[in-house]
Design a protein around this ligand. Structure first.
Ligand code: MG
Length: 495
């Protein structure tokens, strides 16, 4: 090789190297995002979070090779407000997406998720991401509220919980009317029938539809795929749809949001999992979710995109304890779904990204409220609409401290409790679904140290009045300068 040709080769390499670096930079800033969101999965329901019998090897592997968070919170203790907060980075009491009397959205809802809210799907879609949701929406079943109207290119899933649309039982509107007329005995009888059916679920007890919706050349194509949905096949169908989406989207950055219908009751798993776990029907469905996680990870790997994908797994709220053996457990945390005790809102959370997230156990505070902001920071997009979100990228990528050092626990429209550092005060305590304790407003808030008392058993307010005062002040600061919106879900009562 002559001197001249060596020089030419070097010259020609320069733009190639530059271009490779530029591509790497673009890839770093535009990772694929996969968010797996279980429904009513408790803090103690995975092997990696201490369950002795439910086998979750795929999630445990992600937890081992990624970050397993111990102090991660859903933004609300029930479905719809929790999902609204995840998608928007806004507290439900700030957006109005909550209810004081009607806790979640029900079928035939006239209103539903508002155009005035911005989802992270809209943000990423506008930045060129392909966006898919495969699973439960639960932010309103009117078409204007569907996910395809709020930033998702395609959706296959249920519009609301799998136990709504009871066949032969009063609808939500009939229940409201019965209650208004004082005919509560009919409601009580219905409740008893429904409890029996949860404990022995058959597909025909519910009439919930499985929808598919896509945006094709700017036009919405909406279809009913099944009604009632075949619930034994739901986890498989979501998984297959998610894998197809990965295969079709691998050339562009994509957002895959998979809000599983399970393990919300009624519990259904496919024949491959039914009766196979050591932990009953609940264990079967969680083990099928774990299978789904493994399939999706495998699809990312076989399509060559695993190393450029941020993987997040968490749950919308704590376990539905009133379902007894059909529901999950919050491990050593107190109480469950519907409450502002730790078991109601603290959930498993696993972040995984090979080569980017160093393995570890994180005991910083984080929340689903922070996911919008974190994704925006990661992709260089605006987080200005995500009023209540914080950026968790320093914890994910630099093992730094979390910017979130405090957390407000709302139930309905009220601030029930507040956490700062390891301390938590309860202004109001209340069980859920008719379980004790009855609603009590405390003159002196109860105080717990979540480090040495994670089960909130020992109220130490008398011993630490200054800490109570400090947390009261922090909660007052949190509440200053903004107002709690009127509850959107309750608008139905005035119809
Ligand atoms: Mg839920």
């Amino acid at each position: 090789m002559t001197k001249g040709s060596t020089l030419m080769l070097l010259v020609s390499l320069v733009p190639i190297i530059f271009s490779v670096e530029a591509d790497a930079q673009v890839e770093q800033n535009r990772p694929n995002i996969v968010i797996l969101f279980a429904d009513d999965l408790g803090y103690g329901d995975l092997g990696s979070y201490g369950h002795p019998y439910i086998r979750t090897p795929n999630l445990d592997e992600l937890a081992q090779q990624g970050q397993r968070w111990t102090d991660f919170y859903a933004a609300a203790p029930v479905c719809s407000p929790s999902r609204a907060a995840l998608l928007t980075g806004r507290l439900p009491v700030r957006s109005g997406l909550y209810g004081r009397h009607i806790a979640v959205y029900f079928p035939n809802e006239e209103f539903g998720f508002s155009k005035s809210e911005t989802t992270f799907a809209e943000l990423l879609q506008q930045a060129g991401y392909r966006t898919g949701i495969f699973g439960k929406w639960h932010l309103g079943d009117a078409k204007h509220a569907w996910p395809t109207r709020h930033g998702f290119d395609e959706w296959l899933g249920l519009p609301y919980s799998n136990d709504m649309d009871w066949v032969g039982e009063p609808s939500i509107d009939e229940s409201i009317a019965l209650r208004a007329r004082g005919e509560t005995q009919l409601l009580a009888q219905s409740r008893l029938r429904r409890i029996d059916r949860y404990a022995s679920p058959k597909n025909e007890y519910w009439n919930v539809p499985l929808y598919q919706s896509r945006v094709v050349d700017g036009v919405y194509v909406d279809e009913v795929i099944e009604q009632p949905a075949v619930q034994t096949e739901l986890t498989k169908k979501y998984t297959e749809a998610a894998i197809s989406f990965i295969e079709r989207s691998k050339e562009t950055p994509f957002l895959l949001y998979l809000p599983f219908t399970m393990p919300h009751t009624p519990l259904f798993s496919s024949n491959d999992f039914a009766g196979k776990s050591l932990a009953g029907r609940y264990g079967d469905v969680v083990e099928e979710l774990d299978w789904s996680v493994g399939e999706i990870k495998q699809a990312l790997a076989s399509n060559g995109v695993l190393n450029n994908t941020l993987f997040i797994f968490t749950s919308d709220n704590g376990p539905w304890l009133a379902m007894k053996t059909e529901g999950g457990r919050a491990g050593l945390l107190r109480d469950g779904k519907g409450t502002t005790f730790e078991g109601g809102m603290r959930v498993p959370a696993i972040f995984y990204w090979p080569g980017r997230i160093a393995p570890g156990v994180v005991s910083e505070i984080g929340s689903t409220l922070d996911i919008f902001t974190t994704l925006a920071k990661l992709t260089g997009l605006s987080d200005e609409t995500a009023t209540d979100g914080l950026d968790l990228t320093p914890v994910l990528f630099a093992q730094d401290d979390s910017p979130r050092t405090e957390f407000p626990y709302y139930r309905g429209g009220e601030l029930y409790a507040y956490r700062k550092g390891a301390w938590k005060i309860h202004f109001i305590t209340q069980g859920a679904y008719g379980q004790p304790p009855t609603k009590t407003k405390h003159v002196t808030p109860e105080l717990y140290h979540l480090g040495n008392d994670p089960s909130e058993r020992f109220n130490v307010a008398q011993q630490f009045p200054q800490i109570v005062a400090d947390l009261q002040q922090a909660a007052a600061l949190h509440s200053a300068d903004w107002k709690i919106e009127k509850p959107e879900f309750d608008r139905r009562l005035s119809q």
